[in-house]
Design a protein around this ligand. Structure first.
Ligand SMILES: NC(=O)c1ccc[n+]([C@@H]2O[C@H](COP(=O)([O-])OP(=O)(O)OC[C@H]3O[C@@H](n4cnc5c(N)ncnc54)[C@H](OP(=O)(O)O)[C@@H]3O)[C@@H](O)[C@H]2O)c1
Length: 349
């Protein structure tokens, strides 16, 4: 059936300026890390993308390795671009990344010019695109000169294969270096993509959040819902079909008793704000405008509708923020800590 986007799609979603750039991003963006591989029916993927666009979510985030298998999320999105979004390319911000293992041998991961340029070409082919809007270095590579990795991003932008450059998971110190190199090359760093949520606050303790503000670089916080922990999903046990039952990136070990207690208390605070916990978790990430957009994932269209509703109330009283800090804090669930700085050694075996 031909998809016709909702004529009301721009009525409720706020768009926020990405750092000092000319680009505005929706307060909520959709990532295709999970639920866009060959293990999910194509109709579900279409419904997720259509629901997002209908609710003003104009930004879709991908990476070379999203699947499974790696590459299949970009292929699926390429199909959806053809069937549903062909007439709307200029209303969309599409991103991709390279950094994690994509193909065998020494040129299939990390931060070399060889890998980034080849990977960008492959991503464009899989999605059937002439260009992506944002291309990222997906993680810091301690064994490649930063000048080479940033030089590759600059080359990708200059060759017209991406409009903007971004970095992901780099810590504050490496971010300052990367942003300075890109500036000198004449391709400003548009955006940083770090993990960030109520249970994972490394961007605050590392100083990254302040660094990005000082440098005028925008930011897109991934896993704002802590992969689903910051929703009402796990309050009464582990539901069948949830990410925790899939044995991929979320395990029962990430939900000890104290985290479960914290989630219950957060759920009560959210109810007092007339929000779902997912909505409050997204609003918390977006508070004070320190973060440009919250990058969610979803397995059902109804989750996207719920998350988009966060935009209705993005402000907190000091008492609410203090209540949140009293019941929950950093819970040691940052799976991407090793991708941030010098200790990000590539696997040796
Ligand atoms: N740069 C990087 O290194 C990196 C790393 C990871 C992710 N990312 C990006 O960030 C995106 C989001 O990551 P994520 O999927 O982990 O984000 P998330 O938003 O923290 O978690 C998404 C999961 O939460 C659950 N959920 C979402 N909305 C819900 C709602 N309203 N009510 C109840 N449950 C809800 C769903 O779980 P169920 O599936 O169980 O239903 C969904 O799959 C990725 O797609 C990717 O684009 C980037």
């Amino acid at each position: 059936m031909t998809y016709v986007p909702s004529p009301k799609r721009y009525e409720t979603m706020p768009y926020r300026r990405c750092g000092n750039s000319g680009l505005q991003l929706p307060a909520v963006s959709l990532g295709l890390w999970h639920n866009f591989g060959c293990d999910t029916p194509h109709d579900t993927k279409r419904a997720l993308c259509q629901t997002a666009f209908d609710h003003g979510i104009t930004h879709f985030d991908l990476a070379n390795n999203y699947g499974p298998p790696a590459g299949s999320a970009e292929e699926a999105f390429g199909e959806i671009l053809k069937t549903d979004f062909q007439n709307y390319r200029d209303e969309l911000i599409i991103s991709s990344k390279a950094g994690y293992l994509m193909w065998p041998g020494p040129y299939g991961e990390m931060g070399s010019r060889k890998y980034l340029i080849a990977s960008c070409d492959q991503s464009l082919k899989r999605m059937g695109l002439d260009y992506v809007d944002i291309f990222y270095s997906h993680r810091f590579d301690p064994e490649t000169p930063l000048e080479e990795t940033m030089g590759a991003l600059d080359q990708i932008v200059r060759s017209g294969k991406a409009l903007y450059a971004g970095i992901s998971s780099y810590n504050s110190e490496k971010t300052k270096e990367a942003v300075a190199i890109l500036k000198a090359l004449g391709t400003p760093c548009l955006i940083h993509q770090p993990s960030y949520n109520i249970l994972n606050r490394w961007v605050e303790t590392d100083g990254l959040k302040d660094t990005l503000k000082d440098l005028g670089v925008g930011s897109i916080a991934f896993t704002p819902l802590a992969q689903g922990l910051l929703t009402d999903k796990y309050l009464n046990g582990i539901p069948e079909g949830s990410r925790m039952t899939q044995g991929k990136t979320l395990s029962e070990g990430q939900l000890p008793e104290e985290t479960l207690t914290a989630i219950g208390a957060l759920n009560e605070i959210a109810s007092r704000r007339n929000q779902t916990l997912a909505q409050m978790a997204i609003a918390w990430v977006l508070r004070n405008e320190g973060i440009t957009t919250a990058l969610i994932g979803a397995s059902k269209p109804s989750q996207i509708v719920d998350c988009a509703g966060a935009a209705e109330n993005l402000t907190f009283t000091d008492d609410e923020l203090a209540d949140i800090d009293r019941v929950a804090g950093d819970s040691n669930i940052n799976l991407w800590a090793a991708s941030s700085g010098s200790d990000n050694a590539p696997p040796k075996d």
